[in-house]
Design a protein around this ligand. Structure first.
Ligand SMILES: [Fe+2]
Length: 307
């Protein structure tokens, strides 16, 4: 599939309105406009797109859908053909959903673990209109989209074949953390190690963290200060990853999943072979909070919320 990356991502949370303060004032995002007839959801802009993050009112804190951006209409139609060939059940968004998402067209399907995916093309944008919620140099979304999500999966083998053979993702390698997390990226992503990671977690499911790229290290530092000032739970302190030339830290959003705020400190080096780092980070990234927040639960607990 000719996908660029995750163009938008949607979440379910009992309290979307918590992001009206947190999104702009901590992360530096802009609150987006709500579509007609939806006063409950909250939308976050990271650039000139209508939104990159959507928070919908629901029973529990979890990812609701990942919106993969097809390069355009032809790539979108080809992706539908690939799903048909692989006998993956999918449905097209109706007019109402297409309008609500602000795209030209979209289709929806579930991966073998049960996570909801969407493929879309042509998301609405309005150039020159992004205004960060606080002083901030902006988000690096042009090549990367929203950026990455790391999901826990009780059954890694099923997802591995699906991501490579159906979604046409490139395998990057195992994440360098203690647990085993498989990193995948679209064939058009040559800037980062992963668009999505699936962590092996027998019996468990849920979103572990999202990663967002900011344009400047200063944005990472200022976000770090604000997280401490607002006494939000940290997961990992500031540090430099070994696999990627990235400076980042991890904290918990008000919705129970963690957010990694990332700045690239050197250009992406390319990766002619699979890396196997001795450790997760060259310095920093001290684990000072739980590695799995309340958005990761047992498969049985999660199933209760599907009823
Ligand atoms: Fe990350």
């Amino acid at each position: 599939m000719d996908l660029r990356g995750i163009g938008y991502i949607g979440f379910e949370t009992p309290d979307p309105k918590a992001w009206l303060d947190y999104g702009p004032n901590v992360l530096g995002m802009q609150v987006g406009k709500n579509p007609e007839g939806d006063g409950e959801s909250v939308f976050m802009r990271m650039d000139d797109r209508r939104y990159r993050i959507a928070l919908h009112k629901g029973k529990v804190n979890r990812m609701a859908y990942m919106g993969w951006e097809a390069l355009g209409r032809i790539a979108f139609e080809e992706a539908a053909e690939i799903l048909k060939e692989n006998k993956i059940a999918f449905e097209y968004g109706d007019d109402e959903l297409v309008t609500r998402r602000g795209v030209r067209n979209l289709l929806r399907f579930k991966d073998p673990v049960g996570y909801q995916h969407e493929i879309f093309y042509g998301q609405k944008f309005d150039p020159g209109t992004f205004m960060p919620g606080r002083p901030h140099t902006g988000f690096s979304t042009e090549a990367r989209g929203f950026c990455h999500a790391v999901l826990m999966t009780p059954d890694f083998d099923k997802i591995d074949g699906f991501m490579q053979n159906v979604m046409g993702m490139n395998w990057y390698g195992w994440g360098a953390g203690k647990g085993k997390t498989g990193f995948y990226r679209t064939r058009h992503n040559d800037k980062t190690s992963h668009d999505v990671g699936y962590g092996m977690a027998p019996g468990r499911i849920g979103l572990q963290h999202i990663g967002i790229f900011v344009n400047n290290m200063r944005d990472v530092g200022e976000t770090y200060d604000l997280v401490k000032e607002k006494e939000l739970q940290l997961m990992m302190t500031l540090g430099q990853h070994t696999q990627d030339p990235h400076l980042s830290f991890y904290h918990f959003s008000p919705s129970g999943w963690a957010v990694e705020t990332i700045a690239e400190h050197e250009p992406w080096p390319g990766d002619p072979f699979e890396l196997n780092p001795e450790k997760l980070s060259i310095w920093g990234h001290e684990l000072v909070g739980p590695i799995l927040g309340p958005s990761v639960m047992t498969v049985e607990e999660m199933a209760q919320y599907d009823k």
